[in-house]
Design a protein around this ligand. Structure first.
Ligand code: PLP
Length: 393
């Protein structure tokens, strides 16, 4: 018998991938499926970014790079942070990693162990909890509530900190809710965190450029009082439609940087070299494609919200960021996962049940609007017909 360590019995998953697999299966069987389950932009990576990667390969960039990433990319990242968010970060504290997920993996590995508590948003990205469980630490969900605009509540978050808390994970703009935590709330949270100097903070800002209605993304990097324990998670996946390239980056406090570098050396060695050159082109090149994508997401967002609010017993808050809607379906009589499954199997619409993002996700489903406006309209019509005729099971 093989003796795999018990931690692997605790490791979780992202159900979005299972839904995608099922949706693809059904499509192969000839079913017409509209996929509102997947969390990736339905746009192509802009051409000049693709060209930069091809050029890098032609120029012979085929070898390992430094584990922390090539300096010109790290400099492009700091310049971008300065331009967009008006924060100063040294390239020495920036680490290039193969995708946004890698930063959370490293941060949770650094702070998770039996007896430690790690706080994370619920509903939230499922890998936070999965990795916390893997380390043996106790996951402490921070409820993200609809009545609070799906923003973090500084008061409630601070009330959950105990002497065992090692790491607090924040995410705004948020998956799966589309919530954006306002500056006043983040100000209050940081003020409270000053009383807990032993708690590290990981701020997942991968949707930082995706806000609507003039909503301003407030980066945690803007608070010098927590910079010595703040880990920033960011990357190119969502902003530049580059999910498959695997390009993320993090900003680490000086005291943790070496740990992150060593984890890189011990696992992936470095991020794909050509991808790193593509990253420079993404950050330093024209941003028109980013703006055009956001404009399109914004138009679809309005269609989704209006459509959802027209469905029987469904209500949807207007998401302020990312590209997800998180309608409240509790009045339909359906449990969220059952509804998501029935919508896929019977109505041909893929969505994700809220509980796949945590216990506080019951009563909600997630729709990604990374699909065409026509398909979104069609999906909403199917959902309407389904809800009007099917009996909750
Ligand atoms: N953080 C959040 C909140 C996400 O929603 C995702 C992807 O869906 C990630 C991180 C991971 O991004 P990547 O694909 O770059 O690993």
């Amino acid at each position: 018998m093989l003796h795999v360590v018990p931690a692997f019995a605790r490791i979780g998953e992202e159900n979005a991938f299972a839904v995608l697999a099922r949706a693809t299966d059904l499509q192969r069987q000839g079913r017409d499926i509209i996929n509102l389950g997947i969390g990736q932009p339905d746009f192509q990576t802009p051409g000049h970014i693709v060209e930069a990667a091809i050029k890098a390969l032609r120029d012979g960039h085929h070898g390992y790079t430094p584990a922390t990433g090539i300096l010109p990319l790290r400099e492009a990242i700091t310049a971008d942070l300065h331009r967009r968010l008006n924060v100063d970060v040294s390239p020495e504290l920036v680490m290039v990693v193969p995708g946004g997920k890698v930063t959370m993996y490293m941060a949770i590995l650094m702070f998770g162990e039996p007896g430690a508590e790690i706080m994370y948003p619920d509903p939230g990205f499922p890998i936070y909890r999965s990795m916390i469980e893997y380390t043996g630490a106790t996951p402490i969900p921070v409820p993200i509530r609809e009545e609070n605009g799906f923003a973090f509540s500084a008061e409630e978050t601070l009330s959950l900190i105990t002497p065992k808390t090692r790491l607090l994970i924040l995410n705004s703009p948020a998956n799966p809710t589309g919530g954006v935590t306002p500056k006043a709330e983040i100000d209050a949270l940081v003020k409270g965190l000053e009383k807990h100097p032993d708690v590290a903070i990981m701020s997942d800002e991968i949707y930082g450029q995706m806000t609507y209605d003039g909503e301003v993304h407030q980066t945690l990097l803007a608070y010098p009082q927590i910079r010595d324990r703040l880990i920033l998670l960011d990357g190119a996946s969502k902003t530049y439609a580059m999910t498959g390239w695997r390009l993320g980056w993090s900003v680490w406090p000086k005291a943790l940087y070496e740990n992150a570098r060593k984890l890189a050396v011990n696992s992936f060695s470095c991020t794909n070299a050509a991808t790193q050159f593509a990253g420079i082109a993404a950050l330093e090149g024209p941003q028109d494609a980013v703006h055009a994508m956001l404009k399109e997401f914004d138009a679809r967002r309005k269609i989704v919200v209006e459509g959802l609010n027209g469905l029987p017993n469904v209500s949807a808050a207007t998401p302020k960021g990312a590209f997800y809607a998180f309608p409240n379906i509790s009045k339909t009589g359906w449990k969220a996962k059952k509804l998501a499954s029935a919508l896929l199997e019977e109505a041909g619409v893929a969505t994700i049940g809220g509980p796949d993002f945590g216990v506080h996700g019951e009563g909600y489903i997630r729709l990604s609007y990374a699909n065409s406006a026509d398909n979104i309209r069609k999906a909403l019509a199917r959902m309407g017909e389904f809800l009007a005729s099917a009996k909750p099971t």
